[in-house]
Design a protein around this ligand. Sequence first.
Ligand code: NAG
Ligand code: NAG
Ligand code: NAG
Length: 528
Amino acid sequence: MLLSFKHFLSLLSIAQTARAASAHEWQKRSIYQVLTDRFARDGGDNTPCDTGKKQYCGGTWRAMIDRLDYIQGMGFDAVWISPIVENIEDDTDYGQAYHGYWTKDFYKLNPHFGTEKDLMDLSKALHDRNMFLMVDVVVNHVGAATDPPDYTSYNPFNSRSQYHPQCWVQDYTNQTEVEVCWLGDSKVSLVDVNTEDEGVVRELNSWIGELVKKYDVDGIRIDTLKHVRKDFWPEFAKSAGVWTVGEVLSDNVTYTADWSRVIDAVLDYPTWFQLTSAFKATNGSVASLAGVVTQAQHTFDGGEACTGSFLENHDQPRFASLTKDMALIKNAMAWPFINDGVPILYYGQEQGYEGAGDPDNRESLWNVNYDTSHPLVSHVTTLNKARKAAIAHNDGFVKTPVKFIQQPDPNAALAVSKPPFLTLLTNVGSKGSTTWQIGGTFAAPVIGELVDVFTCRGYRTSEDGHLKVESEGGMPMVMLEKGALDRDGSICPEVFYGSGAAATMARRPGGMGVLAASACLLLLTSWV
Ligand SMILES: *[C@@H]1O[C@H](CO)[C@@H](O)[C@H](O)[C@H]1NC(C)=O
Ligand SMILES: *[C@@H]1O[C@H](CO)[C@@H](O)[C@H](O)[C@H]1NC(C)=O
Ligand SMILES: *[C@@H]1O[C@H](CO)[C@@H](O)[C@H](O)[C@H]1NC(C)=O
């Protein structure tokens, strides 16, 4: 059958729409966040970046292309890169603009990171691997190292009237001030773009549409979302035409929720605050994590589904700077992968990086040579595999809100149900212990066999759905219904595939090697 030219064009436009990744497609993804300057460098020089100097360290988009195996090998299928546009070149009291958040020219690329061709090639290399590209964008401000700024040096906003008059944001409870005053200080000011000016708004909308098309971007992360009036954003997001997720730095669910209504999603900062405090020490409370998540599920537009779920980013101290207890670290790292949001991992966490606040948390990755033998690389790889298996097994997985199953020790034990996941987390640490109990007056999320994806041990509930599990070394357990494993032989293959299993088990400490592979699923069965 011959297609008319018009029909052909409409098919083409359907194909293009399909490429513009929707929120629903992003929900199934897993994002790796990189600071381009610190992730990969051309050539063989592995000298670590001296983060304290706050200077460019040489990372490029071209070098990133050569390291996509490393990212994809851990199971990530999207990469969030730091801002791409040209920044001010000054050597300021706060260093250089290697992070990319001090815009100078919206229409030029930052030459430190490469050329237009390099960025297009990165985009293509990602798409060839069926991975998504997310670009970080800043519209709230440009950067200035002089006070007053030289307005004529910016493009396209080169006149003073295109910026708000200078005043500093001091009172964060005054939303007008948050929106119209400036961030930064007189050493480096973040000159506040006048997003009330119609000409400026038109320009920004056309700029983002062009940028997304030119580099075939699949999603954008929006910096300082709460510093621009809410009704600016819907049209901007529409002009972008791809998934938008914004930064609202706040621990307040109600406040953050207002921003979840103007673009596709927010980064889940309210949960991050509780996640960090729940797991950074053995005296924290996992109950407050459950509390904030439940509140956000009922308050954010679309609930927690689609929020960006993270444990680290470039603005906050790395989690391993707060505790060295590997059990606590592994529990906290598991959270973004088992909840309703889209998991985001900040580069370097998988290598156990411990940098505290900015600039220490912006280490280079080349000096560890993209080592895949680090235990946290395995940890995150398993988490990604488990999430993918859960998505493949249950069509409704991404849309099913997590439920918390009340625990005897609510401050130390967290049981989270999101079928086919049953996740058991604890903050008792490597020297402590606790018991999780499922069932009783609480609906059993699953009846039957479950497999912990980290140890490959099997558990079986009683016929009425009771299960009692003792913690071991304070480690998290991410259990999948046994049926969910079948579709993905990459998790716990020994559970299903005979003899190799015995060999794998014999290598594990704890004398488990004496058990036959077929007994694995029945190990530690608890009947309550
Ligand atoms: C809030 O900030 C704006 C802008 O700085 C200012 O004009 C206004 O007086 C402030 N409102 C209050 C209640 O302080
Ligand atoms: C949280 O934000 C809401 C809405 O902006 C505000 O009314 C409330 O006072 C805030 N709560 C706290 C504890 O700051
Ligand atoms: C937990 O312990 C630390 C140090 O041991 C202490 O500084 C902190 O206040 C404690 N937190 C709580 C909630 O008790």
